[in-house]
Design a binder for this molecule. Structure first.
Ligand code: DAH
Length: 343
């Protein structure tokens, strides 16, 4: 085949070429335009051309080369454009960002954090214990008699068929764990979730939260308990808050008391929150029973201690006047958003 014929053939070959993928474009480049490609090969054969033909054939080869390069450039552009259109839906770097909704702390976390902060300032540390507990830590070590109603299936969720394992009904179990594993002085609060077999209503739930408090040392007195709780109540509910202690009974404290604070809504004047008494109950407390100390290996002749336990929901209800306990576990954004400025 003469050089002119070959040029003509390549010309018609190029004219009929179409590309369906970037790979084909690259194959085309290798075949026609690369160093060992067909077009550079034509320049090699240019040496054979006679002087008279040089000008015209040189022109033909150059035109062919330009055409081949143009085709390659166009094809490249074609696939680059396709690539940007197909990915632009995913990566449009110039598009404005999504405004992210700001989260907020759950009101129970807000209250628990505040309780922790107040007691930290009074020298209490924070400790936690397991939610699935054995009978010893929930009841026996806390001096509950064998036939005590709290051990009943009606009140306690037992785990599987196991008679000894249950979901803790109060955080007092953590008191036991702490007294068993540490030596006095002990000054700690123990927040956590507790479970009771109750029908769910506006005033009761099958799970809720408590904070347990414990102070065991030499010469800890009931006066220390009272002063600690007064300081806590004033910091939590305001400087003008009053407290009162009423005698009560818990198996694990002696003497035992329940504590009321002056009503946070009517300030003692009487309203439906305090049932027109001016007082609302917020916690149980007392001096740690000597049997409990002994059960935990602490000498009750040497050490004394006070303990208290309060419901976090109860504190939150009084602080924010929440009317229905169920709101705390329903994840209703309209309720939760109201606490977005609290920490
Ligand atoms: N465990 C009690 C309850 O769940 C609350 C309580 C009362 C805790 C007196 C105490 C305490 O530590 O001394 O009702």
């Amino acid at each position: 085949m003469t050089l002119t014929e070959e040029i003509a053939q390549l010309h018609s070959e190029l004219a009929s070429i179409t590309f369906t993928s970037p790979e084909e474009v690259e194959q085309y480049r290798i075949r026609y335009l690369s160093k060992k490609g067909q077009i550079p090969a034509l320049f090699e054969r240019f040496k054979e051309v006679t002087l008279e033909e040089r000008k015209s054939i040189g022109k033909l080869i150059n035109e062919l080369k330009q055409l081949a390069e143009q085709l390659w450039k166009d094809a490249q552009e074609q696939f680059q454009a396709a690539e940007t259109t197909s990915t632009s839906g995913l990566f449009d770097y110039s598009a404005p960002g999504w405004a992210m909704a700001r989260g907020s702390r759950h009101p129970l976390s807000v209250v628990a954090n505040e309780i922790n902060a107040i007691f930290s300032r009074l020298g209490f540390t924070v400790a936690e214990g397991p939610e699935i507990e054995d009978d010893w830590h929930i009841f026996s070590a806390l001096n509950f008699p064998e036939e005590h109603p709290a051990r009943d299936m009606q009140d306690t969720f037992f785990v599987g068929q196991h008679p000894d394992m249950a979901l803790r009904t109060h955080t007092s179990s953590v008191q036991i764990r702490m007294m068993e594993s540490k030596t006095p002085p002990l000054r700690m609060i123990m927040p956590g979730r507790v479970y009771r077999n109750e029908a769910i209503s506006a005033r009761a739930h099958c799970f809720f939260h408590q904070v347990e408090g414990l102070d065991v040392d030499e010469n800890v007195s009931f006066a220390d308990l009272k002063q600690t709780l007064l300081t806590f109540s004033r910091e939590m509910f305001g400087e003008d808050t009053k407290i009162r202690l009423r005698p009560s009974y818990f198996p694990f404290t002696e003497p035992s008391a329940e504590m009321d604070i002056s009503c946070t809504v009517c300030k003692g004047a009487g309203c439906n929150i305090c049932k027109y008494t001016g007082w609302v109950e917020i916690l149980g407390c007392g001096m740690v029973h000597p049997n409990v100390m002994t059960n935990c290996g602490i000498d009750p002749e040497k050490y004394t201690g006070f303990a208290f336990g309060m419901g976090i929901e109860r504190i939150a209800i009084l602080k924010y006047q929440v009317k229905d306990l169920r709101l705390f576990s329903q994840n209703d954004m309209r309720f939760l958003k109201q606490f977005s400025t609290e920490w």
